[in-house]
Design a protein around this ligand. Structure first.
Ligand SMILES: Cc1cc2nc3c(=O)[nH]c(=O)nc-3n(C[C@H](O)[C@H](O)[C@H](O)COP(=O)(O)O)c2cc1C
Length: 115
């Protein structure tokens, strides 16, 4: 269904992001989430992670994505690839917008669930 041709989605060129997270230095852990677009993360994610405004080195990046049928793993891997100097925890991808993320967050140690 999703072929490699690019649509009118800005996927051919870097997206310009209008806002800046001013206090990124305050965060040790950053969840980076997006929908899968054309087999990968949307260009806005590439722009965000490559932005000179931020230094993600040493931070923990946790990727997650929503998708319809394909390229979940490639999209999660792209977020990892775009943050080579960061630590990473196992990502999560779902086709279910109401997915319960409790088990995932428990497995990666972000929360503790007492059973
Ligand atoms: C331009 C575009 C490209 C997409 N490409 C893919 C794709 O390659 N694989 C896939 O499984 N879903 C693809 N989708 C479906 C989206 O990933 C899905 O609609 C999205 O994750 C749902 O979240 P949202 O409601 O926040 O957009 C695409 C959607 C759009 C709009």
């Amino acid at each position: 269904m999703y072929r490699s041709s690019k649509g009118r989605t800005g996927q051919r060129r870097a997206s310009r992001i209008k806002t800046v997270v001013e206090d990124m230095d305050e965060y040790d852990i950053v969840f980076v989430g997006c929908p899968v677009w054309w087999h990968t993360a949307p260009m806005a994610i590439w722009s965000f992670l490559k932005s000179d405004n931020y230094d993600f080195s040493g931070k923990t990046i946790i990727p997650f994505c929503t998708y319809e049928e394909t390229y979940r793993d490639k999209t999660l891997a792209k977020i990892v690839e775009l943050t080579p100097n960061s630590k990473h925890l196992d990502g999560f991808g779902t086709i279910d917008k109401n997915a319960d993320v409790t088990n995932w967050l428990n497995e990666i140690g972000v929360i503790t669930v007492n059973n």
